[in-house]
Design a protein. Sequence first.
Length: 312
Amino acid sequence: MNNDVFKGRDLLSLADFTPAEFLHVIEVASAQKRIWATGKRSTPLVGKAVAIVLQKPSMRTRMSFEVACVRLGAHPLIMTGPDGAFSRGESVRDTAKVMERYVDAIVVRTYAQSLIEEFAEACSVPVINALTDEHHPCQGLADFQTIQERMGRLAGVRFAYVGDGNNMAHTYLLAGALSGMDVRIATPSGFEPDASIVAQARAIAEGTGGRISVGIDPVAAVGGADVIATDTWASMGQESEHASRLASFQPFQINEGLLAHASPDVLFMHCLPAHRGEEVTDQVMDHACSIVYDEAENRMHAQKALLSLVLG
Ligand code: CP
Ligand code: NVA
């Protein structure tokens, strides 16, 4: 695939990619990672500036984007708190129209997907979603890069996500559909993923040979699974619901009992931060099957590839 098709593009949700484009970004990320490991360096984005606007807390996203920029030769501007964007009552559109005069790309972590959509619509430079309440596409790229590296394939992989029907569930539905996986989602009743994103994933899966199933039985979801993923039971912005969610989410904890239903070669994934003793036990986090730190590392490689493609 010609890298030029990515030039100037936004990434707001993984559904912005065709299946071939999604797989291409992952391939570029792994290729750049291999070249980096040989000690070879190149800085294709010298002279460019990238704003990284964070309206929610972040450790991995902030560090991985900042380091990705530095390694590509670009200058990252980290914008958080009242000194960041979207403060002092300025409209989303005005913010976009000013920021595009200073920088070559804008990475945004915010609450509503509608805000980043409005921002990107008004903005002439590429906008990259670094997590919204609905989507976390950069995490999806990194996680599927990690599966491809570990398993040597994505199509046909049995991928179970057990937990809250949140931004990660939505991201895995789309990533799994784009890569032709057998995606099984299990959430407590009342915490299902958004029906419109499930429908979007099913429509994509029709063209890739993927399968999408959504239910409320964690044991059925992980049966024979090659990969099991989970995420926090209360996302950023839902802290006040944390205590009241614990009882309904308890049967969805990833522990060795649940793991026993999966393939003997199962891999465990978590976008992190993990809440040990809640959605996952220490035993599973520290198990030989856990690839959580590889996923975290690949955030940097995947985002480096993405920035080099959209700004190339
Ligand atoms: N996984 C992830 O996005 O981590 P942070 O919230 O620390 O950025
Ligand atoms: N679902 C989590 C993911 C954190 C990376 C959240 O939105 O808080």
